[in-house]
Design a protein around this ligand. Structure first.
Ligand SMILES: Nc1ncnc2c1ncn2[C@@H]1O[C@H](COP(=O)(O)OP(=O)(O)OP(=O)(O)O)[C@@H](O)[C@H]1O
Ligand SMILES: [Mg+2]
Length: 260
């Protein structure tokens, strides 16, 4: 279980997180949504121990801040909102970073980078230079790296965690569904997934629980059906939103029918 209580974080002069309570369970997909600048990335970075914060953060019963980085890296992998590369690395070189720190690699592990690439729809891309791929392909390379880091959703009886900051923002609709299915699968096998999302429809289809942020505070948290109300969403995003209502005037809309 990942639990945060009274989480506060300051970046520069700004008090970005203002007393956040957050919970995510292993075996579930927990999404963080909210408008630009509401503190989603900052919350994710605080929850993963990447930035300083005050308040309690517990990961599976332990004080997160007391877990050694090397042990944390075995149990949780983080996909940042943007991953830039300054040098011409190949896809294999980037994906294999997910294996760094493993002491003994079994013979089977040699095949893992290819399996991770296959899972994100990039089979055969290993020898190519990352910079020569499209934006969506590059995003999926980084996702493969992160997946590889916590390849087993449960390790030695304890859950592993995927923290994903806008994992599908650059992807076409088919790959969005593929990656969200992958997140569901990870959770289905006992791992925990915390994902920052902008696509509310995809979130509704995928998430077990949602935390809705606004101005560095939690506006609502709970099951999708509870949080995705006209009132709460309209208030959070400061525009008129209607849940399960076709747009007026018969305008076209396209919704995927299933995640998997
Ligand atoms: N290094 C920083 N110094 C000062 N303020 C910052 C810093 N990084 C972020 N902020 C501010 O903190 C607030 C929250 O930023 P954050 O990146 O968490 O938003 P977000 O919800 O992830 O937004 P988006 O949807 O655009 O990714 C914003 O107002 C931002 O301007
Ligand atoms: Mg962000």
């Amino acid at each position: 279980m990942l639990i945060a209580k009274g989480l506060c974080a300051r970046l520069g002069r700004k008090q970005v997180l203002q007393g956040i309570d957050f919970a995510a369970a292993p075996g579930a997909v927990t999404c963080i949504v909210g408008p630009n600048g509401s503190g989603k990335t900052t919350l994710l970075r605080a929850l993963t121990g990447e930035i300083a914060s005050t308040g309690w953060i517990g990961l599976d019963g332990a004080d997160l801040r007391r877990i050694a980085p090397v042990h944390l890296a075995e149990r949780r992998a983080v996909l940042p909102q943007a991953s830039g590369l300054a040098f011409p690395f190949t896809v294999y070189e980037v994906v294999r970073l997910g294996l760094l720190g493993r002491n003994a690699l079994s013979a089977d592990a040699a095949h893992l980078p290819d399996r991770a690439l296959q899972r994100v729809g990039l089979a055969g891309y290993g020898p190519r230079f990352v910079q020569e791929l499209s934006g969506g392909e590059q995003a999926r390379v980084h996702l493969a790296r992160v997946l590889l880091q916590v390849w087993q959703p449960v390790l030695a009886g304890r859950p592993c965690w995927l923290f994903l900051d806008e994992p599908v923002a650059a992807l076409d609709i088919r790959h969005q569904l593929q990656i969200m299915a992958l997140a569901r699968d990870f959770a289905g096998q006992g791992g925990g997934v915390v994902a920052v999302m902008h696509d509310l429809n995809l979130t509704a289809m995928t998430a077990d629980r949602v935390t809705l942020l606004r101005g560095g505070q939690v506006l609502a948290a709970g099951p999708v059906a509870q949080v995705f109300s006209d009132t709460l969403l309209s208030r959070a995003y400061d525009c008129a939103l209607r849940v399960n209502t076709p747009p007026p005037g018969g305008g076209a809309f396209v919704l995927p029918q299933a995640v998997a």
